[in-house]
Design a protein around this ligand. Structure first.
Ligand code: ADP
Ligand code: MG
Length: 155
C-alpha cells in the first residue's frame, strides 16, 4: 500500500453520490472520475492520511478513503477526502490539493452506523498522531501547496 506514497494529487471537488457523509459529521470531498482514473491502478483501497488544501487556503490534516464506486457497479474507484478542519461553507467546484502520506487500514464493512463512525473517529486520531511526526510534518510545507498567486482556486 505504501509503494506509491507520498502521492501528490490536485483536482476539482465534485458532487458525490450522497452517502450522507455530512449527516454523519464526516463530509468527504470527492474527486472527479477523471482524477481518480489518473491514480495508479494498483493503489490499494482503504483508508489513508495526509495533507490537504482547498484553493490556495491553509494546509490541513486529512483522512482519505480509496474505495469502490457504487455508481459504476464497483468497477471504478472513488477517492474521498475528509479534511480535519471546520469550513464555514461547502467548496464544490474548487481545486483540492492533497498529498497522501501513509496508509491506515483496508476498507471494512461495519455492523452498525455507530461502529462505522467510531472507526472513522479512530482513523482521524491516528492521522493526527502520524502527521505530527517530523518526517510527515515536513510535507505540509511542500512547494506543491505553494501555488502561484491567483492561478487556481478562489479563496
Ligand atoms: P458528497 O456526496 O457530495 O460528497 P458529502 O456529504 O460527502 O457530500 O459532503 C462533501 C462536501 O462537503 C464537500 O464536497 C465540501 O464541499 C463540503 N465540506 C465541508 N467541510 C468539509 C471537510 N471538512 N472535509 C471535506 N469536505 C467538506
Ligand atoms: Mg463525499
Amino acid at each position: 500500500a505504501m509503494r506509491h506514497l507520498p502521492y501528490f494529487c490536485r483536482g476539482e471537488v465534485v458532487k458525490g453520490f450522497g452517502r450522507g457523509s455530512k449527516e454523519l459529521g464526516i463530509p468527504t470531498a470527492n474527486f472527479s472520475e477523471q482524477v481518480v482514473e489518473s491514480f495508479p491502478s494498483d493503489i490499494s483501497t482503504g483508508i489513508y492520511y495526509g495533507w490537504a488544501c482547498v484553493g490556495n487556503g491553509d494546509v490541513h490534516k486529512m483522512v482519505l478513503s480509496i474505495g469502490w464506486n457504487p455508481f459504476y457497479k464497483n468497477i471504478k474507484k472513488s477517492v474521498e477526502t475528509h479534511i480535519i478542519h471546520t469550513f464555514k461553507e461547502d467548496f464544490y467546484g474548487e481545486i483540492l490539493s492533497i498529498v497522501i502520506v501513509g496508509y491506515i487500514r483496508p476498507e471494512k464493512n461495519f455492523d452498525s452506523l455507530d461502529a462505522l463512525i467510531s472507526a472513522i473517529q479512530e482513523d482521524i486520531e491516528e492521522a493526527k498522531r502520524q502527521l505530527d511526526l517530523p518526517e510527515h510534518l515536513k510535507l505540509k510545507e511542500d512547494n506543491f501547496f505553494h501555488l502561484p498567486e491567483g492561478k487556481i482556486g478562489n479563496n
